[in-house]
Write a protein that binds this ligand. Sequence first.
Ligand code: BGC
Length: 382
Amino acid sequence: MELNRRTVIAGAAAAGMAATALGGTAHATGGRTPVKSLFGKLADGTKIYSWSLANGGTKLKVLSYGGIVQSLEIPDRHGKYKNVSLGFDNIEDYVAKTPYFGALIGRYGNRIAKGQFSLDGKSYQLSVNDGVNSLHGGIKGFDKHVWDIEPFTKGTDVGLYLYYTSVDGEMGYPGTLKTKVTYTLTKHGDWRVDYEATTDKATVVNLTSHVYWNLAGEGSGSIYDHELKIAAARYTPVDSGLIPTGELAKVAGTPFDFRRTKTVGEDIRVANQQLLYGKGIDHNWALDKGITAKPEHVATLRDPSSGRTLKIATTEPGLQFYSGNFLDGTLVGPGGSIYRQGDALCLETQHFPDSPNQASFPSTVLRQGQTYRTTTVHTFGN
Ligand code: BGC
């Protein structure tokens, strides 16, 4: 059944009533119905809400600002819960200084060289916010907008629909882009993200999520001893501005070879021009499986100390692995800890950076009448 806003709300209300009738309460951690509470206000008075949902042992808090995952709690091997994503406990810090903590990224996750591209013979100049380049959608990307959020329960799933419409010309991008992102917690505690978008004019789109993972718990120190495996024999080397050269280089014999499990820190200090450019790892892996109709497993992250694991499956062809290099000890998390370099890592499923200017990369063009659809599934274990 195609869900519209009315059935979504009716379904959520019915699930809440059922929970109450059984003597349960639809509260943040135990009940199945997502619960909304006030998180704070923007300077102009706009209220920002936090949505709490839980299912299958995973607890998630999502903000209407940027669709931000403000907290994601999972148990360790002894059942002890920790929030494994970096963030803040107040809206002011998210507005003033977030490096995209937990946010939805659009219209274009990652960099576009000089913020320029041509499509169908027309040139576009995007908002530039990273030296001469455009990063994560420009100065005011999707991470800095307020999203409409509706809760749902559907079978054994619990989740949120997040809506944002970006007007024609916003940040320089052509076409009105209607975006719907679905966050689902399954009965197994998987966090599934489905992205959908339509446009009324040809444009480029590359949506992703920017959770900073630390499976030992946010604020617990570095992730250099996390173990990682990525199913990719090639990656996209970059120039000093972190724009791909266009080559799909082999990872074999380089610090970028994660085909066998190794710790994030094992090769991070190896003298290597690419690591110098990124101040560590800040690169896109060209996943062996390429674009797939269904999400396929591409990466496994494990924290040996807690036993917590994260497996990522995606329909996307690329994975940006960013080792938190620009965390510089100036931000303080919700638990009161200062975040320093390497205190978290991002695994952003997406198309390759600068695809609009790289004819050999898979296309990121979306045309009128088409629907952009991608899915990424995060599976947790311990
Ligand atoms: C990029 C980094 C950037 C970070 C922003 C990542 O997706 O790859 O270069 O600094 O986002 O926090």
